[in-house]
Design a protein around this ligand. Structure first.
Ligand code: ADP
Ligand code: MG
Length: 700
């Protein structure tokens, strides 16, 4: 139950005066809520700027284009001529240094007459402009008399708005909400409070909405930071509470004796790299621990994550349990099974694949074997999380290319077993701040070195005008027995983007030149058809594979050594890196040609420069982050941290670690959130709606 003290904050905004059904609708949209926003939503909607009205010059000294507050005497009115309502209503005013014209469009004259009576002294505030040699103020923001001047704020916050919602209306609502803010207990520990120099919550919210200085509203200032810290602490505490619950039921060990793993390692045609061995050992160790595993296996494309995943699956199979490996695309799932199946067979590990393509009897058979415990590892796509996929004893969920899956899908897979361990495979290094924000804490294994014998890739940017040369070079390459990927961005010609090369069009033109040595694979082809073409390419029956980005992740044809990427300027950095990772996998030197159209934008030029300079996935991910901002790395395409309203990773990165540490201290000293401090922390969890973890506390 939410502490009663918070109730005023969770009342609907429609209880405020001036907020009716129309404003309700606008505020829902603005604050991204499906139902009526509450006062807390309004108070956590922070300003992005201020209007500084403190400049009080004489008219002569007012700087056009700036916001000023002027003391004037009203001289005369010039209403719009009758019948010409589009002409403005002008009010002439002045002080002892000059004149100013106040301009109103489509104004009600009775209203203006009352507001600005001739001969009266008024204070007007707004942006001044020069027009026809006269100083003007169009629709002054504020007009007050001597008495009103005392209440005219020197600095006013400016909020993100939505069409139809006026700044003034929003401000009036926020001001009322501020008055309802209850006195809340302090939940931040005294030492942290002191060390970070945070103000109280009430002071922070108060100053953000009623700043005394323009700097008061800056995200890295004390007021915003305090709120960001609250939000992060709530998030970290909720994650810590969940994690503390992730204890394995007694006796449910997930690791076996190593007999299957040894057989797989014996069957490998190569030796594991040291980091592959270390990762497999760390995973086996995790699976022995009383806490559930949450481990990220990070390794650049081609670093050999699949075999580590297979060893993890074998580890739980040795203990009589099952594993699932979920990949984002069908091609990738099939690629995995192709690598895994021969090794599994020799080790006696029972594996199957389940995607949208397994249907009818085939699918029923797989599901029956799965439920009967006759399968040790099921590889697949989203199809794995369908309701009728039931495991006998799922113990390990392996999720490949995690950033393509939402949290919902990850949870859906882990909920198919008890105390399921989680292994996340990612080619994109996830920045530490994001790992902390979304997983609280996740152990990380890195595959730093490439398997032995890999050759560097020579990457070049080539203007599209030299397409003919590139095609000639491809011709020479295939005569020399090489395999070539030719990547195009889209399948169908798009009308909006005229020069984008359509993959089928390119396929046709290359086919005319090189005959049936050219194949095509794209996302709209049927699965079996795609497989057939991929298999032909792997067998070198076709030598040029024209493809859309379906080959982006995971596809493994080590003999392919050349890649041409058309419209390279349109691809993201991570995508280019992933694509290029399809070559340079064998012992031959590889070449990647980035065909681009001129003129190159600044961002595109920067991306192509980075991709030419390095093949280090970690560096590329860092540059990507720098160029795009973090939200995009997770595929969420919003700025800031998804799921967080106030904290921003680029500004509050330090606070994330601080909040994690404080959450761990709390879990150590007061895991049941008891006493006064516990009550305050529960209040925090409810305030930021991270209370889903609270019911977990009681159940021991
Ligand atoms: P990724 O990390 O991109 O998923 P994969 O697991 O697909 O990489 O492995 C890429 C290729 O490297 C595969 O052909 C795989 O068989 C091979 N491979 C994996 N580990 C090694 C190793 N230690 N030595 C040589 N080749 C390896
Ligand atoms: Mg892979």
């Amino acid at each position: 139950m939410r502490p009663a003290i918070l109730n005023p904050l969770f009342t609907p905004v429609t209880t405020l005066s001036g907020v009716g059904p129309k404003q309700d609708k606008l505020l829902r949209y603005l604050l991204d809520r499906s139902d009526t926003p509450r006062l807390v939503d309004l108070l956590l909607h922070l300003p992005t700027g201020v209007i500084d009205r403190r400049a009080r010059p004489k008219i002569r000294d007012a700087v056009p284009g700036t916001v000023v507050t002027l003391a004037v005497t009203i001289d005369r009115h010039r209403p719009s001529p009758p019948g010409r309502s589009r002409a403005p209503y002008l009010v002439h005013a002045g002080d002892d240094t000059g004149d100013i014209v106040l301009t109103y469009f489509r104004a009600r004259s009775d209203h203006i007459e009352k507001l600005l009576p001739v001969g009266a002294r008024r204070y007007i505030s707004g942006t001044v402009q020069m027009f026809d040699g006269t100083l003007q103020m169009v629709h002054p923001d504020r007009v007050v008399d001597e008495a009103g001047l005392a209440n005219l704020p020197g600095i006013e916050p400016v909020y993100p708005l939505t069409e139809g919602l006026m700044l003034g209306a929003l401000r009036r609502a926020v001001t009322q909400a501020l008055q309802k803010l209850p006195q809340l207990p302090e939940w931040i520990g005294a030492d942290v409070l002191h060390r970070c120099g945070f103000p109280s919550l009430a002071e922070a919210i108060g100053r953000l909405h009623a700043p005394l200085e323009p700097t008061d509203i800056l995200p890295d200032g004390p007021f915003w930071s305090r709120l960001a810290y609250d939000e992060l602490l709530a998030g970290q505490l909720a994650l810590a509470l969940v994690r503390a619950r992730l204890r394995r039921p007694a006796g449910a060990r997930h690791a076996g004796d190593g007999h299957l793993r040894n057989r797989i390692i014996d069957a490998l045609p190569y030796a594991l790299t040291p980091s592959q061995r270390a990762a497999a050992a760390a995973i086996a160790d995790d699976l022995q621990q009383p806490l559930r595993m949450l481990r990220l296996l990070q390794g650049d494309v081609g670093s050999g994550k699949t075999v580590v995943a297979l060893l993890a699956a074998a580890t739980v199979a040795e203990a009589g349990r099952q594993a699932a490996l979920m990949a984002p695309t069908e091609i990738l799932a099939r690629q995995h099974i192709k690598t895994i199946a021969p090794l599994a067979e020799r080790a006696g590990l029972r594996v199957a694949i389940l995607t949208g393509r397994e249907k009818g009897k085939e699918r029923r058979d797989i599901l029956a074997r799965l439920a009967a415990g006759e399968l040790d590892l099921l590889v697949g796509t989203h199809a794995l999380i369908q309701d009728d996929v039931v495991f006998q004893a799922l113990a390990l969920a392996i999720v490949d290319e995690q950033h393509r899956f939402g949290v919902r899908e990850r949870l859906a897979l882990t909920s198919k077993g008890d105390a399921v361990d989680v292994l996340v495979l990612s080619a994109t290094p996830i920045p530490r701040t994001l790992v902390l924000t979304y997983f609280g804490d996740m152990d990380i294994s890195e595959l730093r070195e490439k398997p032995a014998g890999r050759q560097p890739i020579d990457t070049r940017a080539v203007p599209a005008g030299r397409l003919g040369d590139v095609i000639d070079a491809v011709g020479r390459a295939i005569r020399a027995g090489k395999l070539v990927y030719w990547i195009c961005p889209l399948v169908e010609e798009s009308e909006a983007v005229d020069h984008l090369t359509d993959a089928t069009g390119r396929f046709d033109s290359l086919r005319r030149r090189f005959g049936d040595q050219v194949g095509l694979v794209h996302g709209q082809m049927k699965g079996a058809e795609k497989d057939r073409v991929m298999a032909q390419f792997a067998a070198a029956d076709i030598r040029v594979l024209v493809a859309t980005t379906v080959v982006e992740v995971g596809v493994d044809v080590p003999a392919a050594t050349i890649m041409v990427i058309e419209n390279a300027e349109r691809f993201g950095l991570a995508q280019l890196h992933q694509l290029r990772g399809r070559i340079g996998r064998g012992s031959e030197a590889s070449t990647c040609l980035l065909l681009y159209h001129e003129p190159l934008g600044e961002m595109s030029a920067a991306r192509l420069r980075v991709i030419r300079e390095t093949t280090d996935g970690f560096r590329i991910a860092e540059e990507d982050l720098r160029l795009r901002g973090e939200g995009d790395v997770l595929g969420t395409r919003q700025s800031g941290l998804p799921g967080y309203r106030i904290a921003r990773s680029e500004v509050h990165g330090q606070l994330i670690a601080q909040a994690r540490d404080e959450a761990l201290t709390i879990m150590r000293d007061n895991p049941r959130l008891e006493g006064e401090q516990g009550a305050a922390l529960r209040c925090l969890l409810y305030l930021f709606e991270r209370d889903e973890a609270i019911p977990l506390i009681g159940a021991g």
